[in-house]
Design a protein around this ligand. Sequence first.
Ligand SMILES: [Zn+2]
Length: 371
Amino acid sequence: MQFSEIPGLQELKKQLVSAHKRGKVAHAQLFAGRPGTAVLPMALAYATYLMCESKIEDDSCGSCPNCVRIKKLVHPDIHLHFPKVSAAENKYEKVLADAIPRFREFVMESPFGDLEAWTRKYGQENKNILISREDSRQMLKNVSMRSVEGGYKILLIWIPELMNPSSANAILKILEEPPEKTLYLLVSYNYDNLLATITSRTQLVNVPPNTEAEVKNYLIEQGVNEPEAEQAAKLSEGKIGLGLHLASAGESQEYEDFQKWMLECWNKNLTGLVQRSEDFSKSGKAAQKNTLNYAIALMRNAVVHASGQTPPVQSDSEKIFIGKFADKLGLGRLEKTYALTNEALIHLERNSNPRITHLNLSLDIIRVLNG
Ligand SMILES: [Zn+2]
């Protein structure tokens, strides 16, 4: 990954490059931003830049042996640590051997992908995945080894907030007193959930969302047609990963599902809603979050419509539905519905029972509709 492959964010790229030029590369840096933004691509582009043997003005060259190996994530001095299924000590090598090639593929295919996208790729959607104690032992081992090629040794820790506390504590010492030329790049989507003992030992690199225009252009470069790219970019909140997802998912299935769900709430169709929560719970964690995220995006548009503003462009059918939905509910009830759905998503992210969460949300929405 080169800086030039990431749209926009020039200011941040300049900062990273200039820190290197001034010889001020902090040994532990925390790249933080929302899921779907360029957090991981930025950390990878930075690692590539630092290791590149023939840097150009503000970027890596993209073609020296180091650049080529980092692109394929096979550089011997870049160690990847990421959430995976937990395993007893004697099974760890096997888990690692299975997960690493998949993770490399995942990052190469979808560097803007989030945890849900990774669990789908990994095929472990219903398992709890984390950075385990065994992983932190592996980190300590990697740190104690000499760099293979005599340059920097980089530990890239993707989603450190998924370290369990004992593995997090195990690496505090190495974060504080790293051997020479050892760098830690932590890539976090939920910086608030990190232990203060970790954040206080790292330098924060805040990766902001992209602009709508940047997301749109990126989608077009990826082969999405212009009207679809424009629509997805408007709903993307500057997250390229979300834009890609919206552009590829298309409207139809998700839209129809949402419409049916709201009708069931409106009609107090309890049988339908119980069945819906059952189906929801069987759909896998990634799909569950997508369902709620999509509902949140549409509800937000309805709130915008009800406040008398023009919501971002949607498909014609969505536009009609959002208009009707907003007129029927009115701003107050829409805002409540929107807040409730956001809350349900947060509960789900904290591993609440999906069936109960979804059913409770439906019942709460019924109450709001009748309030
Ligand atoms: Zn290079």
